[in-house]
Design a protein around this ligand. Sequence first.
Ligand code: DAH
Length: 354
Amino acid sequence: MSSLEALKKELVATVKAANDIPALEEIRVTALGKKGKVTDMMKTLGGLDPEQRKQMGQALNQLKDEITAEIESRAALLKNAALDKRLQEEKSDITLSPRPWPQGTIHPISRTVEEVSAIFAEMGFSVSEGPEIEDDFHNFTALNFPSGHPARQMHDTFYLPDVTGKTGDEAKRLLRTHTSTVQVHVMQTQKPPIRVIIPGKTYRSDYDITHTPMFNQIEGLLIDKTAHMGHLKGCLIEFCKRFFEVDELPTRFRPSFFPFTEPSAEMDIGCSREGGELRIGTGKDWLEILGCGMVHPNVLQNCGIDPNEYQGFAFGMGVERITMLKYGIPDLRTFFESDLRWLQHYGFGPMENF
Ligand code: DAH
């Protein structure tokens, strides 16, 4: 057997014996690398006579190709085997039954957001979200709070350090004080007709029995060419009946003020507080549920929508408040204490329908 054939046999055998990719790479280097055996033999070609050099050169090239092919096919085999092994090891048995509830629960806030979203989805609204860190424009100016307007002070805003290189309102960054900011983002980026609801976290520097520095709101926005106050009322009355599960729910709309709506209103639902117990849907008392109104033409204008062509309504409500009312949760602060007993009591199972 020629020395070439012997070398080929030896190399093929080592390739076949290699058990992983690094070992294969080592073989490639010792055979075909700069100082490898085949390369060494190539270097001797110069000393041969022309005919021998041609034959030997071809033979060496062929050997090189064959060994490369051997290495590649062995590498493919090893990679497949490694993948099979991994798949085998990482296999998860999806036939396992779910852990018995209650191990973990869905937080009442998440539950309410899902419920409200489902009710409005049936009325053709989709869900939008926006950033919690905002600029002054989206939180105030675009929403028709002029610079220095007292309504700005009422928001107990958490300000962040000013943006460098800017001055005045333009430099102000803050934690959004309401989800109305997302109305602005939506109107700036979507063409009417628009129907969105916007759940999200909001922040105000306030802490007592009825206020926490972080709380949740759900905002609604509808813009088209014909929407009017009657549509606003119909939509919100239907929502409250569905959410509080009372068919004959008394409701009323009281005139109010928000800079971003005109006219503005607050919506109340009927309740009784007899014997210290709150019952929704009966009695002579009223409970405030949300703020609403027709989107102010200035707001449409600020967001690039022509108020001569489009109009619409908006509303906003506190998620904690409607959750407390619906599920009889007495203290706002308990929502954020992460007390396991509370979570198991007030939380919901993942499979529970509404
Ligand atoms: N942004 C108001 C707040 O935080 C709530 C609100 C009231 C939102 C009326 C609206 C609206 O969209 O029309 O108190």
